[in-house]
Design a protein around this ligand. Structure first.
Ligand code: DMJ
Length: 456
C-alpha cells in the first residue's frame, strides 16, 4: 500500500510541480522553500532512492534524467547547509550506492565542494546559511548570540565521510572530524550538549538542550557514525553512550500515567514537552542497544519501546489519529498538545521511523499494527486529489489542510512504511545506515576497502 501512496504522491508532484522543490497538493502548483535557495527539484532528489527501492523503474529513470539535465548548483543562492546536505547530498549518495549510476556520485561531490566554504569560521564550526555562489556564510538571525545549531553542524558527518570515500579527497572527512574535536574540548553542563555553539568564540550559547528540534540528529549521527565505520569509530561510540547517560539522568521522565517521555532542558529547568521530532529517539535507542555498555542492551531496547508507546499515545489521543507537532505532560494532560500552534501535523516520519526500528529489532507485531493505523489515518485525512497534505489541527473534526506535500514524506515517511512491511533483508542494518532524511548509506566495512559501493 505504501507503493500506491508513493505513486499518488509522485504522480501529482510530476503533474503539477515537476522540477520545483515541493508540491502544493490543494492548489496544485509548486511550493518553494527558501531552505534550498534557488536549488530546485528537492522532491526529485529526495525521492530517488525510495523510487529505486520500491522498484518504480520508469519513475526512477525520469528522475535520473531530470538530475542529469537540470540539477544545477551553479546558482546564486543562499541555502541551509544542513537541509541541502541531508536531502540533496544524502539523496544523491544513496541513489549512487543503490544504482551505481555515475551521475549521482559526480553531482554529490560537486555539491559537497560547494558546501566547503561554510567551514571558513575561526573554529571550523560551519555556518548555518551559505551563499553557494559567493561562499559567504552567516547564522540564523534568531539563534542565540550568533550561534550555529547543534543539530545542523552535527548532522554532516555521515555524508562527508562518504564524500571523502567516493572522491578520494580527505578534506570532507577532515572538516567533520574537526567538529568532533571542538566539541570534545568543551565543558558540557551536566554532560549535556547545548543546542547553540558560537562558531567564532567556540563557546556555547544559551544552555538549552533538546533531543527534538535543534538537537535531535546530532545524537543520531554519533551512533550512526560508529555503526557506519563498522564499529571502529570509538570516539563516536563513546560520545553517543555518554550523551545517552546524561539524557537519561536529566531529561527522561515518567508521567503519573506511566508514560516515559523526553523533556527539554533550559539552564537546569525542565519543560515537560516532547516534540514529534523527538519521537525518532525510540528507534535510535533500540538501534544503539546492541553496543550499550554495562549490560544495558535490554535496557536500551526497553527505553526505545517506551518512547514508541508514548509517541503512539500522542497519535491515539487525537481525533485524526496522527500526532501533533508537540505534546505536553503538565497542566493535567499527558501526551496531548495544549497550545494551538503545536497541534499541526506536517507528514513527519519520526513516529513511523521508530515503529520500523522497533519492528526490525523486536518483531513485536504491535509495531506493524501501529504503522497500519498511521496508514489509515494518512489515507483518510491527508490524501487529497492532488497528493498528500499536512493538517493544521489533528484534534479537529474537520480537516484543515496546510497545502504542502513535504519532500520528506516521499524520502522518509513512505520509505519507512515500506520497510516496516518488508522482510528484514531489504537494506539490512548490518550493511546500511540511514541518514537523518532516511537515505541509506553503506557501512564501510573494515576489510573490504572500496568494495562497499558494490553492496546492494
Ligand atoms: C527531516 O528533514 C529530517 O528527518 C530531519 O532530521 C528532521 N526534520 C525532517 C522530518 O521531520
Amino acid at each position: 500500500v505504501s507503493l500506491q501512496m508513493m505513486k499518488h504522491a509522485w504522480d501529482n508532484y510530476k503533474r503539477y510541480a515537476w522540477g520545483l522543490n515541493e508540491l502544493k497538493p490543494i492548489s496544485k502548483q509548486g511550493h518553494s522553500s527558501n531552505l534550498f535557495g534557488n536549488i530546485q527539484g528537492a522532491t526529485i532528489v529526495d525521492a530517488l532512492d525510495t523510487l529505486y527501492i520500491m522498484e518504480m523503474k520508469e519513475e526512477f529513470k525520469e528522475a535520473k534524467e531530470w538530475v542529469e539535465k537540470n540539477l544545477d548548483f551553479n546558482v546564486n543562492a543562499e541555502i541551509s547547509v544542513f537541509e541541502v546536505n541531508i536531502r540533496f547530498v544524502g539523496g544523491l549518495l544513496s541513489a549512487y550506492y543503490l544504482s551505481g549510476e555515475e551521475v549521482f556520485r559526480k553531482k554529490a561531490v560537486e555539491l559537497g565542494e560547494k558546501l566547503l566554504p561554510a567551514f571558513n569560521t575561526p573554529t571550523g564550526i560551519p555556518w548555518a546559511l551559505l551563499n553557494i555562489k559567493s561562499g559567504i556564510g552567516r547564522n540564523w538571525p534568531w539563534a542565540s548570540g550568533g550561534s550555529s545549531i547543534l543539530a545542523e553542524f552535527g548532522t554532516l558527518h555521515l555524508e562527508f565521510v562518504h564524500l571523502s570515500h567516493l572522491s578520494g579527497n580527505p578534506v570532507f572527512a577532515e572538516k567533520v572530524m574537526n567538529i568532533r574535536k571542538v566539541l570534545n574540548r568543551l565543558d558540557k553542563p551536566e554532560g549535556l550538549y547545548p543546542n547553540y555553539l558560537n562558531p567564532s568564540s567556540g563557546q556555547w550559547g544559551q544552555h538549552h538542550v533538546s533531543i527534538g528540534g535543534l538537537g535531535d540528529s546530532f545524537y543520531e549521527y554519533l551512533l550512526k557514525a560508529w555503526l557506519m565505520s563498522d564499529k571502529t569509530d570509538e570516539d563516536g561510540k563513546k560520545m553517543y553512550y555518554d550523551a545517552v547517560q546524561a539524557i537519561e539522568t536529566h531529561l527522561i521522565r515518567k508521567s503519573s500515567g506511566g508514560l516515559t517521555y523526553i523533556a527539554e532542558w533550559k539552564g537546569g529547568l525542565l519543560e515537560h514537552k516532547m516534540g514529534h521530532l523527538t519521537c525518532f529517539a525510540g528507534g535510535m535507542f533500540a538501534l544503539g542497544a546492541d553496543g550499550a555498555p554495562n549490560d544495558k542492551t535490554g535496557h536500551h531496547i526497553e527505553l526505545g519501546a517506551e518512547i514508541a508507546r508514548t509517541c503512539h499515545e500522542s497519535y491515539d489521543r487525537t481525533r485524526m489519529k496522527l500526532g501533533p507537532e508537540a505534546f505536553r505532560f503538565d497542566g493535567g494532560v499527558e501526551a496531548i498538545a495544549t497550545r494551538q500552534n503545536e497541534k499541526y501535523y506536517i507528514l513527519r516520519p519520526e513516529v513511523i521511523e521508530t515503529y520500523m526500528y522497533m519492528w526490525r529489532l523486536t518483531h513485536d507485531p504491535k509495531y506493524r499494527q501501529w504503522g497500519w493505523e498511521a496508514v489509515e489515518a494518512l489515507e483518510k485525512h491527508c490524501r487529497v486529489d492532488g497528493g498528500y497534505s499536512g493538517l493544521r489541527d489533528v484534534y479537529n473534526n474537520h480537516e484543515s489542510h496546510d497545502d504542502v506535500q513535504q519532500s520528506f514524506f516521499l524520502s522518509e515517511t513512505l520509505k519507512y512504511l515500506y520497510l516496516l512491511f518488508s522482510e528484514d533483508d531489504l537494506l539490512p542494518f548490518e550493511h546500511w545506515v540511514f541518514n537523518t532524511e532516511a537515505h541509506p548509506l553503506p557501512v564501510l566495512h573494515k576489510d573490504e576497502g572500496h568494495k562497499a559501493e558494490d553492496q546492494k
